[in-house]
Design a protein around this ligand. Structure first.
Ligand SMILES: *Cc1c(COP(=O)(O)O)cnc(C)c1O
Length: 338
């Protein structure tokens, strides 16, 4: 949407890399091949990967852009749309990188608290964004670290009623019961971000993608560094898209394990929030966290307003059994102290 685009970006053109057939290629100052043809720069817009993903999603390639993780894509939205001093709005608690990226890009970052850490008053959130003249609204859906999710209707209402770009960060959407649909064709102020880091189990390759209106993708390409996606990542990403059955099985396993672990935690006296992601969020004593850490079982603890809250990623059945045993040991030990 041109309306929200930064002034400096309006007159920029996207850097175009022309792919042409050649006999000798001496136009890019590349070095000598000694390792698997990696002397060549990657295909700039990840064409093979993009075509394949577009087909799987029912999109045109022009509605997609890849990033070095979806983290890069959040920053590209700020580069295209956020002027210094302008406001970014989200709710709390949420992904801590939103604040950090906003401050790096010289924005003002504001959060509206969720009710009981769970529910969002959608009307109040829209008013909050508009009263603070938000330029970008960030929505983690499902939300990290709570695991809760907003309905497609709530998202659409926010997109329709705020006067801002709305980034819907769907890093965990594959673990939810909602269909993978989006309204970016109807709403050019909506941007959907997804990643290969969670459901695809490929955090190591740093690969994320954006779905947005073709016009928006064009603007994002103006601020994106050429060749941002390396050759190795493009190759593995393509392989991942050819292995959707494996991803689907893993997602199903994690969803089942999530429900098993939620029940175990409830049986042990904890109260995890209902989760639509691959983690559970619950309150516990610091002693439990320390005991687990001593056993080499790492879960995520938080500080500040979230002191006393913990986030447990759902692992394989075997890993989860180790967690369960460690929690039982911790509880037994404590009862012996008394
Ligand atoms: C993990 C996560 C990401 C993904 O980051 P990548 O850079 O793609 O690895 C994005 N948003 C949220 C809320 C996350 O939890």
């Amino acid at each position: 949407m041109l309306k929200y685009l930064r002034r400096e970006i309006r007159d920029l053109e996207a850097y175009e890399v022309k792919e042409r057939d050649y006999v000798v290629k001496l136009d890019a100052n590349e070095g000598v091949d000694w390792l698997d043809g990696l002397n060549r720069y990657p295909v700039d817009r990840s064409d093979a990967l993009r075509d394949k993903l577009a087909r799987q999603l029912g999109k045109t390639p022009g509605e997609l852009v890849f990033g070095n993780g979806s983290s890069e894509l959040i920053e590209l939205v700020f580069k295209a749309y956020l002027e210094a001093g302008e406001t970014v709005v989200s709710f709390s608690p949420t992904f801590s990188m939103y604040r950090i990226f906003t401050l790096i890009h010289k924005g003002r970052y504001l959060e509206m608290p969720l009710k009981d850490m769970v529910s969002l008053d959608v009307e109040a959130f829209i008013a909050f964004a508009n009263e603070n003249r938000a330029k970008v609204v960030l929505i983690s859906n499902p939300n990290n670290p709570t695991g809760t999710i907003l309905s497609p209707e709530a998202i659409e209402k926010i997109v329709r009623e705020v006067d801002a770009m709305v980034v819907i960060d769907e890093a965990y959407i594959e673990f939810s019961d909602q269909p993978l649909t989006d309204k970016t064709r109807d709403y050019p102020n909506a941007v959907v971000l997804r990643t290969f880091s969670k459901a695809y189990g490929l955090a190591g390759i740093r690969l994320g993608y954006m779905i947005a209106h073709e016009e928006v993708i064009g603007y994002i390409n103006r601020v994106r560094s050429p060749y941002n996606l390396n050759v190795l990542t493009q190759g593995v990403g393509l392989k991942a898209l050819e292995s959707v059955a494996i991803a689907r099985e893993n997602i199903q396993m994690i969803k089942e394990e999530r429900e098993r672990m939620a029940k175990v935690l409830r049986d042990k006296g904890f109260d995890p929030l209902p989760s639509q992601a691959n983690f559970l969020f619950f309150q516990a004593k610091k002693g439990l966290y320390r005991y687990l850490a001593d056993q080499g079982v790492l879960i995520r603890g938080f500080g500040g307003d979230l002191e006393g809250y913990y986030r447990l990623t759902i692992g394989t059945p075997k890993e989860n059994d180790i967690v369960i045993n460690a929690i039982e040991e911790a509880q037994n030990e404590r009862s012996q102290d008394r």
